[in-house]
Write a protein of this length. Structure first.
Lengths: 478, 294
């Protein structure tokens, strides 16, 4: 038969179990808003029977055998890639959206405000309009001055456009440097947590909070680098970059750094000091994903393409105008003069473009020396607007194509970002649904534990009364 | 689906951000009146806006040049008309002198003939703006000196009336005045008249009349040619202005937002945001904490 003391012992154990349930629920509520926290559950089981009553076993109360985490491995396996893709497309989209040089503008010169292409388009139009005006009266000093001024403005517009694109690319270098610092910190944290988790797991107790912290860092690394976590047989989680190179291996973390790449105009390239060693390896743009990959993709993708196209346009247009200007005669009799200089190479031509003439009299508008009213060469200069450049299209179509291509790249990145963000958000919502804390649930658990605690307390009180009664029968007072 | 606190807050954040983003975009469109502000808004439209706006500028410039050329030709035409009148007076003088020339009439006739010549030379030295209209492409000096010698050249200026298409914008002095290519030199004819009258030789004067007739026809031809060119330039102005306007309209169609549609879109976005905020606030209100005894 069951003895009274065993009832008290069971009740005491059960009280402790309910306290642990309460403590677990309390911890869940405390961490309801902690990023990466997975709700925990105190697993209460009944204790093995110690007594028998009429041949029937009577349980020995309840105890908490373990505290588990609510984690869905299937969801968690999908999240790193989703985070990486969303971060990559978002970084690329944001980077391309920051370039305003090809945005539409407005022109109020005609009295009513009309939409125009970007600043470069307006400058090219104004330059050719001024040439067209002076071609009607090439000896008019005010028209010559206007054309000279518009030529200067055209060179400046190319300079500004080139500078805008270069600034955007340089800003992405700075952003990449900042990201590298965050990546190294997260990689070091994962490596350290790998060690701590293995140590803590040796005792047989799952280190839930450490696991949460590691998961948070893994999410960070996936977001920043596109790194994929791989669990090893030792319980470590290694992180592999998209290029297949390890960033974290066991308790060792690699370290990314940046250094100017002379083959890419001095923009920063990535170098990885591999985990557990001192050897370094250059990482190509495609070797990283996430925010860093998106940043580099924007810098060396659409922005680099736009920069090269604008350089080529500046070089081609200058070459055409120079050929015509060199063949004509200025008002001062000068001939053989180039209109623009663009530097020694096509690369950088837009940034280096400058007016080569010192005054408006040197504009070679005449095809005959001394024929001040001859506009034959001015008309030839105007005609370059319709002449095919090296790409086979005239200046208008070329600029239109550059604008359109950049717009397509930015639009595609934007659409991809929206799509990837939705996918990532959906997976994170599912994870939050599975692993997140519901304060209502926890309050119910608290109420449940409180009720149980009260009932068990009643058992103790009752048992104590029984004990008192028994003892009073034997005149033993307690 | 199990609803945790994180789910509520994540959904609230995402839905509110999406609604606020939609309001922001709708506000931009409604306030600027532009539906294409960046190339990514509509890449192909952005490319076309570049093309259309540059073409619009191109045709505006052509219209402007053609208008200036037309004005210049109008001045040249006036000068030619006056030359034509002067030549008719010269012919009248020659006919009068040829039929009843006297020595008394000779001195007055010479004076009159020289006066006509001076007037015609003045007409031929007409300037418009900063240049002389009958000097070919030599703008810097009067094309005829006091003795009637031509200082200009035989070139004819041209002005663009459509991309790559040019129309003469000045009078061909060498043929219409100087008689190059088998014509009559108007100045020389007048000088001959003066000389014939001065020599009191009606026969010689009679011989000059045919030269004056040819001169009158030549100048009339030049005037007609100027008129044709003026008409061409005026048509070009109309056409180029219309074409520029068409390109501007096409740009506007691509870039401008429909005012009514953008206002409705803004209102719809604001309503959606209000609904999102209201729903979010409601979802925050529901908590067991509020119902448990303290």
């Amino acid at each position: 038969m069951a003895n009274i003391l065993s009832i008290l012992t069971s009740a005491g154990t059960s009280l402790a179990a309910q306290q642990e349930v309460t403590a677990t629920a309390s911890n869940n509520i405390d961490n309801a808003n902690t990023p990466g926290y997975s709700r925990q559950t105190a697993v209460v089981t009944d204790l093995a029977p110690t007594d028998t009553v009429g041949g029937t076993v009577v349980g020995g109360g309840a105890t908490v055998t373990t505290v588990t985490q609510a984690r869905n491995r299937f969801l968690e396996a999908q999240i790193p890639q989703a985070l990486a893709q969303a971060a990559q497309s978002s970084a690329e989209s944001d980077a391309l959206a920051s370039l305003a040089t090809f945005n539409t503008g407005t022109d109020a010169s005609s009295g009513s405000s009309t939409t125009t292409g970007g600043a470069l388009s307006t400058a090219i139009s104004s330059f050719y309009s001024s040439l067209s005006a002076v071609a009607q009266d090439p000896s008019d000093p005010s028209l010559r001055s206007a054309a000279f001024g518009e030529a200067q403005a055209l060179a400046q517009a190319f300079n500004t456009t080139s500078e805008d694109i270069a600034s955007s690319r340089s800003a992405l270098d700075t952003q990449a440097s900042g990201l590298v610092g965050e990546i190294n910190a997260a990689a070091a944290a994962v490596a350290q947590l790998n060690g701590e988790i293995q140590e803590a797991s040796a005792g047989g107790t799952p280190p839930n909070d450490l696991l949460d912290q590691r998961q948070t860092q893994l999410d960070t690394l996936a977001t920043l680098t596109g790194g994929t976590p791989l669990t090893t047989s030792q319980g470590y989680v290694n992180v592999m970059l998209p290029g297949g190179i390890a960033l974290v291996a066991g308790t060792s973390a690699g370290s990314l750094s940046t250094q100017p790449d002379p083959t890419n105009g001095g923009h920063l390239g990535l170098v990885l000091t591999q985990p557990g060693g001192t050897s370094t390896i250059a990482i190509a743009d495609a070797g990283v994903g996430g925010s860093l990959g998106g940043t580099l993709a924007a810098r060396d993708g659409a922005l680099a393409t736009a920069a090269a196209q604008v350089d080529e346009l500046a070089s081609d247009l200058s070459a055409q105008l120079n050929t015509v200007n060199e063949a004509g005669y200025g008002l001062d009799g000068s001939t053989g003069l180039a209109l623009f200089t663009t530097g020694p190479t096509v690369t950088g031509a837009a940034g280096a473009m400058a007016l080569a003439l010192s005054n408006s009299d040197q504009l070679a508008l005449s095809a005959t020396s001394g024929a001040t009213g001859d506009a034959t060469n001015a008309q030839a200069l105007v005609a370059t607007q319709s002449a095919a450049l090296s790409g086979g299209e005239d200046v208008t179509s070329t600029l239109s194509s550059i604008t359109s291509q950049f717009g397509t790249a930015a639009s595609d990145a934007q659409a991809l970002s929206t799509q990837d963000s939705a996918l990532s958000a959906n997976l994170q919502t599912q994870r939050a649904s599975y692993s997140g804390v519901s304060t209502d649930e926890e309050l119910i658990t608290l109420q449940s534990a409180q009720r149980a605690y009260e009932a068990i307390s009643k058992v103790i009180t009752t048992t104590d009364t029984m004990m008192d009664y028994l003892l009073s029968m034997t005149n033993i007072t307690t | 689906m199990r609803v945790s606190d994180s789910v509520i807050f994540q959904n609230a954040t995402q839905n509110t951000q999406a609604a606020e983003s939609a309001v922001q975009r709708a506000t931009e469109v409604a306030s600027t009146g532009l539906k294409v502000q960046t190339p990514s808004d509509a890449p192909s439209a952005a490319g076309l806006i570049v093309t259309y706006s540059m073409q619009s500028s191109r045709y505006t410039a052509i219209a402007s040049g053609a208008q200036a050329a037309s004005s210049e030709l109008s001045a040249a035409s006036s000068a030619l008309n006056d030359i034509s009148t002067q030549l008719s007076q010269a012919k009248q003088l020659a006919m009068e002198y040829a039929s009843s020339g006297t020595s008394q009439q000779s001195a007055a006739g010479v004076t009159q003939a020289n006066s006509i010549l001076s007037q015609i030379l003045a007409d031929l030295n007409t300037s418009f703006g900063n240049r002389y209209l009958f000097g070919g492409t030599l703008d810097g000096a009067p094309p005829f000196d006091a003795a009637g010698n031509y200082q200009g050249n035989a070139s004819v200026r041209q002005v663009e009336i459509a991309p790559g298409v040019y129309e003469p914008s000045s009078v061909d002095t060498s043929t219409s005045i100087l008689g190059s290519g088998g014509g009559t030199n108007v100045v020389t004819a007048l000088q001959s008249l003066s000389t014939a009258i001065a020599s009191n030789d009606p026969t010689q004067v009679q011989a000059v009349i045919s030269s004056l007739d040819a001169s009158i026809n030549q100048v009339a031809g030049a005037s007609a040619q100027a008129g044709v060119s003026m008409s061409t330039f005026n048509s070009a102005v109309t056409t180029a202005t219309q074409t520029a306007s068409n390109y501007t309209k096409a740009t506007s169609n691509l870039s401008d937002a429909d005012v009514v549609a953008s206002s409705i879109a803004l209102q719809a976005a604001q309503t959606a945001l209000q609904a999102s905020l209201s729903a979010t606030a409601q979802s925050f209100k529901l908590s067991l904490v509020d119902y448990l005894p303290s």
